[in-house]
Design a protein around this ligand. Structure first.
Ligand SMILES: [Zn+2]
Ligand SMILES: [Zn+2]
Length: 130
């Protein structure tokens, strides 16, 4: 079992398993993370739960039905959910507190990546989704 939390510690979560992980360079992930890319893993919705601080959570939803869930106190991005894909959540790997064996397998949305960041590994790169 994996455990994670937000920056201020108000929110804690558990995940029973981690699915495929990617580095996402899309503009939305860059804005949401404040960095060059987001590191996300898919987790089956029934394998993920908040165990503390659910009252501190805030959600930013888009008209496209993407819901970005973050800590309303410290701003840490935690997961996103999609109306079109209710069976999984996308977990922000940087908020994990326990080590993981999963390693991101690809860079996605490289077509819109920050021009100031150069990718220096040999993972596959996709302009958008694989
Ligand atoms: Zn917090
Ligand atoms: Zn993205």
């Amino acid at each position: 079992m994996y455990q994670g939390s937000c920056l201020c510690g108000a929110v804690r979560y558990q995940a029973d398993e981690l699915g495929p992980a990617v580095f996402c360079h899309c503009q939305r992930c860059r804005k949401a993370s404040g960095s060059a890319f987001a590191s996300n893993a898919l987790v089956p919705s029934d394998k993920f739960r908040f165990v503390e601080g659910e009252d501190a959570l805030a959600t930013f939803s888009t008209p496209q039905g993407v819901h970005r869930v973050f800590c309303g106190r410290c701003g840490s991005p935690l997961i996103s959910r999609r109306d079109a894909m209710p069976e999984a959540v996308r977990l922000r790997l940087g908020t994990l507190d326990t080590p993981i064996d999963v390693r991101p397998q690809a860079h996605i949305f490289v077509g819109s990546k920050a021009e100031w960041f150069d990718i220096h590994d040999h993972l596959p790169q996709y302009a958008e989704r694989p």
